[in-house]
Design a protein around this ligand. Structure first.
Ligand code: PLP
Length: 421
């Protein structure tokens, strides 16, 4: 469910026609719906209310825009961060430090200091080496870091290889069969308080079975840890629940997910932590774009060239991902086209042989479900700058990220003296 619907033949974001945003700020532009963000945060939270003790940390990497984080903070969500930059954003958006979880396989020394000094709620350690380093930093400062040990359960998430994180060959977590030893070693260090285990097997999961398989292994580990005399009060089950990108696709609901979790974690007696990203913000955003040109060669499928490109929305180029593509003011006619951006790379293709609304130069269109892993993955490839982001709230709207023009990027570059003579 989302709030991007047609009214009298024009696509709206909540109560605002998308064409009004295009007129005011130009294209391409990301448009987020506040009501949709809130709805998804609430649906997820309500679904999990069948579980005894729950902490939800929005995975900021899915959409780190400060306005989006503000909505999440107002909904009572904490944050899952994977860098010092994300940590600073979470705090700036008003998330309480104790509600912040720091994940990531390559936390740097200065980022660990930043997290400790901010007093974040939990570090999810991804290796014994990392734990030893964090323990030293904490002990030097007379602080104690609450930690969970991220385990790699060696489970196939059955999603795209680039966003699969729970197989033995992936870089994430410690092998589950070594977890008890590593946990015990780390628990003995001053500076660390080992309080739980964490698992995150991947993103855009379309089935619940891989989660359940992973959680079963975590349950066995918790029992093993307790039998070894360790304390376990928290279990972080990560994120990963997928969303339908294609109209008609069916995905497990948050309710079904919560029921599976209830089953899998029965008797654990811990606070369950969750790190949803995509499922909260995925379909709360669209990428609004304008057709630059329609290029036709005889007997071939035409190219609809839009002003958005792979630097603005990387998912199709990076993961071969599908985004529904609809005209903002459809005529009722259809066409089959290749949808491409202007970038000088064949990878800059949003869709091949796509049956879509008939489009002419100057027409507006949207890539749907662009609220997660959209703007956050943008680059300035081909010196295209960064596009604006807008949030809609009923019939109100605001630019929540300015367009960063190519000149602003090149202004940070220098020609050194040795090239000047
Ligand atoms: C990316 C990530 C998430 C969020 O994944 P979604 O698929 O967006 O829910 C959660 N936890 C960790 C550790 C991650 O790396």
């Amino acid at each position: 469910m989302n709030h991007f619907d047609y009214r009298d033949g024009d696509l709206y974001a909540e109560d605002l026609p998308l064409s009004a945003i295009a007129d005011a700020v130009g294209t391409p532009v990301y448009v987020y719906s506040r009501a949709t963000l809130e709805r998804h945060a609430r649906v997820f939270r309500d679904a999990l209310s069948i579980l005894p003790r729950v902490h939800i940390a929005f995975a900021i990497k899915a959409n780190p825009n400060l306005a989006v984080l503000n909505v999440m903070a107002r909904e009572g969500l904490g944050a899952d961060v994977v860098s010092g930059g994300e940590l600073a954003r979470a705090l700036a958006a008003g998330m309480a430090a104790e509600d912040i979880v720091f994940s990531g396989v390559g936390k740097q020394h200065h980022e660990m200091i930043q997290g400790l000094e901010a007093g974040i709620g939990q570090f999810n350690l991804e290796s014994e080496e990392e734990g030893i380093e964090l323990a030293e930093i904490a002990a030097e400062r007379g602080l104690v870091a609450n930690c969970a040990l991220r385990v790699n359960p060696d489970v196939d998430a059955r999603t795209h290889a680039k966003i699969s994180t729970g197989k033995a060959e992936n870089k994430f977590g410690v092998p589950i069969d070594r977890a008890c030893t590593i946990y015990s070693n780390l628990a003995a260090l001053p500076g660390l308080k080992m309080r739980g285990v964490a698992v995150h097997i991947g993103s855009q999961l379309s089935e619940l079975e891989p989660f359940e398989e992973a959680f079963a292994k975590v349950g066995a580990l918790i029992a093993e840890l307790r039998a070894a005399g360790q304390t376990v009060t928290h279990a972080d089950l990560g994120g990963g629940l997928g969303v339908p990108y294609k109209a008609g696709d069916v995905f497990p609901t948050p309710e079904a997910y919560a029921q599976m979790v209830a089953r899998a974690t029965e008797g654990w007696d811990v606070t369950l932590m969750f790190e949803p990203g995509r499922v909260i913000c995925g379909n709360a955003g669209v990428l609004l774009t304008r057709v630059v040109r329609v290029k036709r060669s005889s007997n071939q499928v035409p190219f609809v060239i839009v002003d958005a490109a792979m630097n603005d929305l990387a998912r199709p180029a990076m993961y071969g991902a599908w985004h529904d593509f609809d005209a903002v003011a459809p005529t009722g006619e259809k066409m089959t086209a290749h949808i491409v951006g202007p970038i000088c790379e064949t990878g800059d293709t949003f869709a091949m042989d796509r049956e879509c609304d008939a489009l002419a130069p100057g027409d507006l269109a949207v890539f749907r479900t662009a609220g997660a892993y959209g703007a956050t993955m943008a680059s300035s490839y081909n010196s295209r700058g960064f596009i604006a982001e807008v949030m809609v709230d009923g019939d109100k709207w605001a630019v929540v990220a300015d367009r960063i023009v190519p000149e602003a990027i090149s202004a940070a570059e220098r020609v050194p003296d040795f090239l000047k003579d």
